[in-house]
Design a protein around this ligand. Structure first.
Ligand code: COA
Length: 273
């Protein structure tokens, strides 16, 4: 991508201090954007900011929990004042843990919905005035759990399905103002807190077997798509849910494919390679 593709544009990324969201931040920095990152841990933000500055970006950091609307509003306002009006907000902050539905506390369920769904709403709403000014876009980070059921992920699936719906509603409401709204759906990504929580080393092969491309992705592969969606290259794209998962979604939960493979192995189905 051209190193000046988003020169002078300003992007605000929740959860930008680590993982996929930091990968997204890196990609924006590499195409000339000013980058604001927000998160709960100052040390993590400082380290990330140092790295992003090394890529040539002007960087703003804000310590804020996306569950706190006032903190998010202040962070978004201060970022715009420092870097220039935001043209993209990436709502990426998320929380996850594995728990069976029957044993999850109400607070546990609510915590994930509040971080993922309500937190994404806070970020988008806080940026509305600036996005209206720049005719910018909101990019939400969803997950395969939104439309493909996984074990022990009822809270995450519910929250992410809510994000998908929120994205579509904002596309309709804010489209006439020139604001685009899209979702990116990362699959299993290397070195992320999310996959550490979902896949112990012992489970990694089963994940990989379910991915058409046969490997995990990188945070930068998600970031590249985020840059495209935020850029003029996607100026007519809104209301879209773009999947960046190496083909994982094609295999659903993976359980059906495993059952099919077992049938083939037992000679109950036509020979396949
Ligand atoms: N199993 C069941 N319940 C769990 C749990 C687990 N492994 N981990 C947390 N919870 C519950 C807690 O028990 C608590 O409810 P309770 O008080 O009724 O017991 C509730 O979730 C809130 O947990 P708490 O640790 O107080 O919340 P937090 O705001 O500090 O942390 C989390 C939020 C739980 C999402 C935490 O895992 C986190 O900070 N994650 C951020 C990183 C992350 O998940 N990255 C992956 C993104 S895909």
């Amino acid at each position: 991508m051209a190193p000046d593709l988003l020169k002078e544009a300003s992007v605000f990324i929740t959860g930008g201090g680590s993982g996929i969201n930091l990968g997204i931040a890196r990609c924006f920095a590499q195409v000339g954007a000013n980058v604001a990152i927000c998160g709960r841990t100052p040390e993590r933000l400082d380290l990330a900011a140092q790295e992003l500055r090394g890529l040539g970006a002007r960087v703003f950091t804000a310590v804020a929990d996306v569950r706190d609307p006032d903190a998010v509003a202040a962070a978004v306002a201060n970022a715009g004042a420092d870097l220039g009006p935001l043209s993209t907000v990436v709502a990426g902050a998320a929380g996850n843990f594995m728990s069976s539905a029957e044993s999850m506390s109400s607070k546990g369920f609510r915590t994930v919905v509040e971080i993922d769904l309500v937190g994404s709403f806070h970020a988008a709403q806080a940026a509305f005035d600036q996005l209206k000014q720049t005719r910018g876009s909101v990019l939400f980070v969803s997950a395969g759990q939104a439309d493909s059921a996984y074990l022990y992920q009822a809270h995450v699936g519910a929250a992410k399905a809510g994000i998908d719906s929120l994205m579509r509603h904002l596309a309709i409401e804010w489209g006439p103002l020139g604001i685009r709204s899209n979702v990116i759906v990362p699959g299993p990504i290397e070195d992320t807190e999310g996959m550490k929580r979902l896949a112990a080393q012992a489970g990694r092969q089963a994940w990989t077997d379910s991915i058409a491309l046969g490997r995990y992705g990188t945070a930068e592969e998600v970031g590249a798509m985020a840059v495209v969606l935020a850029s003029p290259l996607a100026s007519f794209v809104t209301g879209a849910r773009i999947v960046v998962d190496g083909g994982l979604a094609l295999s659903g939960s993976g359980l059906v494919n495993r059952a099919m493979a077992q049938s083939v192995a037992a000679g109950q189905a036509p020979q396949v390679r």
